[in-house]
Unconditional design. Sequence first.
Length: 440
Amino acid sequence: MDIEGYAKRGLVNNDPMIEEKLAARILEVKNTTPEHARELAKAAIIEAKATLHVSGDVLTPTVSGVTMGQFGVGSRGMGDFYTHEKIAEVIGKTSAVVDTSHLDDSGAVRISGDDDYLIVTVDGIHSRLSDFSFLAGFHVARASLRDVYVMGARPVALLSDIHVADDGDVAKIFDHIAGITTVSELTGIPLVTGSTLRIGGDMVIGDRMTGGVGAVGVTSDLTSRVQAEVGDVILMTEGAGGGTISTTALYYGMHEVVDETINIKFIEACEALIRSGLTGQIHAMTDVTNGGIRGDAKEISRTAGVKLVFEESRMRPLVNPVVLEMLESLEIDYLGVSLDALLIIAPEAFADDIMRTVRNSGVLIDVIGRIEDGSGAEIMINGKQHDFTPRFRESAYTPIKKIVGEDEPRDFEEMKRAIDNAAIEAVEKKRRVIEMIRSQ
């Protein structure tokens, strides 16, 4: 619980009972006395008052009037993709070879005086795995490594950032690190540094955990999305999911399905391709995560300026059968959730070599589509052509998400205009502060 946010809302609404209410909320969470809870509430209100009204460019926040939940940020759908496009605009043009404007899984910069590229990425833990810190660590470490591998690079190091709320057990940190280093020891890629903090310091109570894992790697052959070309074929490896599928299994009471996600097949397939030298012949790679294949198709189409056409009958057999049975029993679209499969785009002439290499590593793979001239994506189901546009949010994969829904809100265009204005304001603020510092 964010007691600072609670205090500020009460102050804004001129609630005369804010101190009593906040003290009661604190007693619901913390094992303390009523007197101490009242002291904490008073202190929180004093701090909230001190920062409620601020002035100046640096202190005054940019406001859109649109919340994260309303716009679907983090929900791997249209609102999320749109926000990431705006993030790239706020960052602006960089000297990177691959930056956020490419919507790739990682960024790439050229190493000075060398033909190699340094690949950098970071992934956040799945928010619903806070109570399962080992699992959260395992899946976020694997995700971070995947994002480096799909750039054609071999990871060389991992780093972590862990935040646990004030009432969280210290052992959560150890459990989380154990999950990360399970992947580390299986792959031989060391966890070399990190940060451990409380969420919000004293102002957030409860035991929620969050954080992320970053990874760095090196390559001489980039396989970024922008390189997808008309005439290429699309290949996909088997996928059993990671954090998203684990979350579905946990919160629908199908706990045994979690075990299906505990593997490093994706990494083994990538290692086989790197060892074979075939990454030099591959145009693009990505992991099937952000909004499932629907979301990846949209991002690749936009970045490379091509059209993707998929064959559903070739995709279905590559989904872990236990996972697929769970998704279908819950009426969750398997094409709209993270399957953690490897998607490869390459010239057709190399498809057989790629499949042979991956299969020899013990991982299933098949050709599932092709790249055509045009834009967007389509999918062939039972011989009929269907639109393959991602929904406003990824497939609803928990009971809460089912209630929130996947449909685009009626005021989406209005919210987009507010987001546009906020991004412009942020860019202008950046420009003003840079000018101020340079003039000193």
